[in-house]
Design a protein around this ligand. Structure first.
Ligand code: FAQ
Length: 333
């Protein structure tokens, strides 16, 4: 994973005023045990720092790459109102990327290093954004299901042990909630429309359901990071627990829409108090995250192109900042 390739700044070196090594480890463990927040200036184990850089930057990349499938539909939205809403949603996603890169930077990595890792294909982003958005109904399915899954995963992250990540998640979750509703609203309009529109909504659900179910990550028995991340209070619920919560919440919504979830094994289990679901095709999941999904190459190429095309904006901003810094120092003198 790319965090190994990134030269993380070493943790703050102890000074006379700082606790001795054994004490600082105990202080960290006590903060975790008491459910207190760890802040950037606090001592933290290198593994904790690296795990956060990995997860937060993967999350930031997902938000930014996640703008692409929807970006394709801005010019084809069916009305001015739908277009304005979609534009606002996509802009929110860019904003989420910014908060998250900023949260990652508090851990001693630069945004440039993180973005380079993404463009070099070393850093992951969510598997879900490697699927194509083929019809307008996909804008509904992405909002309803992808944002719905994102909220399920992200609400517990508001209680993450790392302060900057937890605080970023609070605002992100509020915006994701609007995103989920706008998606459901698109689905509702289609399902109340003509038979062709309802069929389009069903087709989108058929194509997005399983990729969304996979989005929560491998099953708990295969999840290499979960045990440690949960012990550190980064993740609060396991991949399978979140997946189950998502399925339980979404089935009644599909019933309300009059749509059929494409899982013949899906049924309510009275004894468990949850829906049982059919087997997940994990070979597809691993293939997609290893770079061989339907749109991996296209998504990465689009991000690299956008970054190259934006070089002049970064250069202009730096030149402007340098000129102002010069003016300020002349004024101070
Ligand atoms: N895609 O041991 P675990 C959104 C990787 S935001 C790709 O279980 P962990 C908003 C994992 O990195 C969506 N890779 O890992 C939006 C690890 O590989 P590594 C993003 C995945 O970290 C909506 C390996 O598999 N949300 O949608 C995926 O404990 C609409 C083993 O897995 C977040 O990032 C996957 N789906 O749990 C935007 C939330 N799943 O790193 C636009 C924060 C697993 O060792 C439109 N992240 N992997 O090489 C998390 O909660 C966790 O990182 C998980 C994975 C749950 C994603």
């Amino acid at each position: 994973m790319y965090t190994q390739a990134i030269d993380l700044k070493p943790g703050t070196e102890p000074t006379a005023a700082m606790p001795a090594p054994g004490d600082r480890e105990r202080a960290f463990e006590a903060a975790i045990a008491d459910d207190r927040r760890i802040e950037p200036q606090d001592w933290m184990p290198e593994g904790y720092r690296k795990t956060l850089v990995r997860q937060i930057s993967q999350h930031a990349h997902s938000e930014v790459v996640g703008m692409l499938p929807e970006g394709n539909w801005v010019t084809r939205a069916p009305s001015l109102r739908r277009k304005a809403i979609l534009l606002a949603k996509i802009q929110d996603e860019g904003g989420h990327g910014l908060y998250l890169y900023a949260a990652a930077e508090t851990l001693g990595v630069s945004r440039e290093e993180l973005v380079d890792a993404l463009h070099a294909g070393k850093a992951k982003y969510s598997s879900i954004f490697n699927y194509p958005a083929l019809t307008w109904a996909d804008m509904g399915a992405i909002g309803w299901l992808v944002d719905g899954a994102a909220i399920m995963n992200q609400v517990p992250l508001c209680r993450c042990s790392y302060g900057p990540y937890a605080r970023a998640m609070i605002r992100i979750c509020k915006e994701e909630s609007f995103h989920q509703r706008q998606g459901f609203d698109i689905m509702l309009a289609l399902c109340r429309g003509t038979p062709a529109q309802k069929a389009m909504a069903q087709d989108a659900l058929d194509r997005w359901w399983w990729p969304v179910v996979m989005m929560f990550g491998p099953s708990d028995s295969e999840s290499i990071h979960s045990a440690q991340t949960m012990r550190w209070g980064i993740k609060r619920l396991s991949n399978d627990e979140l997946r189950q919560r998502f399925i339980d919440a979404t089935v009644p919504q599909a019933e309300l829409l009059g749509l059929r979830i494409p899982d013949p094994a899906l049924r309510w289990n009275e004894a468990r108090g949850h829906y049982d679901h059919g087997p997940i095709d994990w070979s597809e999941f691993w293939r997609v995250i290893e770079g061989d999904g339907p749109c991996n190459r296209e998504r990465l190429a689009a991000r690299v192109r956008a970054h190259e095309n934006g070089a002049w904006v970064r250069e202009a901003a730096l030149a402007h900042a340098a000129r102002h810094a010069g003016t300020d120092s002349r004024e101070a003198a």
